[in-house]
Design a protein around this ligand. Structure first.
Ligand code: ATP
Length: 248
């Protein structure tokens, strides 16, 4: 497993948001994390990226314990994320948003940029214009980021995350604000990126996207893992249908 959490518990005061959760994200495939609102998905993301320290349990990146490592240090080790609420530099252009991310990566090459690591898209993947073309934003490269509709903003977030040449990509509800055709294209792109060796964790409510692109799924409910497996077995699980799939 490239990214793993082991027996993670998070308490907010008396409220248990995650209760002994273990899961893994493998290179070369899209792993899905689904569950009802409030199940703990964003909390889990924040534990993975280092925004939140778990009350107990461990986070391992490529076998190394990173539980107490700051978010920027995890980013240097190859972790990139997008947010449920868009976090773009609105006053910069679309291209500048990606250039900035690419520059951050070059300033801090670190030991994890060693040769031989699989970068999605090959050596050109760091070229900001090529990245924008890849996510379908080439034509709007010179627009201010805050003028983009949400769907395009989500793809800009993806381009920016890819610009740091991650090994693990964590996506928090990337389909929200994208229409059906955009979401389908986005899913194809995720499949390609995984095919190039990237490890992707997808938190998403759009079940067409989740079932179409994920090789493995984890289902959270009230802070606990209620099921895991391939999309077909998860979809057929009566507990999952009752707790979640019946509602989306
Ligand atoms: P959604 O699908 O709506 O984004 P989620 O699965 O991401 O939901 P979380 O946002 O992780 O769920 O929340 C898990 C639980 O923890 C919820 O009951 C929520 O109210 C609670 N919670 C989240 N953040 C905090 C906080 N900072 N302080 C107290 N409770 C919190």
């Amino acid at each position: 497993m490239l990214l793993e959490i082991r027996d993670v518990t998070v308490r907010y005061g008396g409220h248990v948001a995650l209760n002994g959760v273990s899961l893994g994200v493998e290179a070369g495939r899209v792993t899905g994390l689904i569950g009802p609102n409030g199940a703990g998905k964003t909390t889990l993301f924040n534990v993975l990226t280092g925004l939140l320290a778990p009350s107990s349990g461990q986070v391992l990146l490529d076998g190394e314990d990173v539980t107490r490592l700051a978010p920027y240090r995890r980013a240097r080790r190859g972790m990139a994320r997008t947010f449920q609420i868009l976090e773009l530099f609105g006053q910069l252009t679309v291209l500048e948003n990606v250039q900035l991310a690419a520059r951050l990566r070059r300033r801090s090459p670190g030991r994890h940029s060693r040769a031989g690591t699989a970068w999605p898209g090959g050596p050109d993947s760091l070229d900001p214009r090529a990245l924008l073309d890849r996510v379908g934003l080439g034509a709007v490269a010179d627009r201010r980021a805050d003028t983009l509709p949400t769907g395009q903003g989500r793809r800009l977030e993806l381009a920016r995350a890819l610009a740091v040449r991650p090994r693990v990509l964590l996506l928090d509800e990337p389909a929200s604000g994208q229409d059906e055709a955009e979401t389908a294209a986005f899913g194809d792109l995720l499949g390609e990126l995984a095919g190039e060796g990237l490890a992707i964790l997808l938190v998403e409510h759009d079940m067409t996207l989740v079932m179409g692109v994920c090789a493995h799924l984890y289902v959270l409910d009230f802070g606990s893992l209620m099921a895991e497996g391939g999309p077909a077995s998860v979809r057929a699980d009566p507990r999952v249908r009752e707790a979640y799939l019946g509602t989306v």
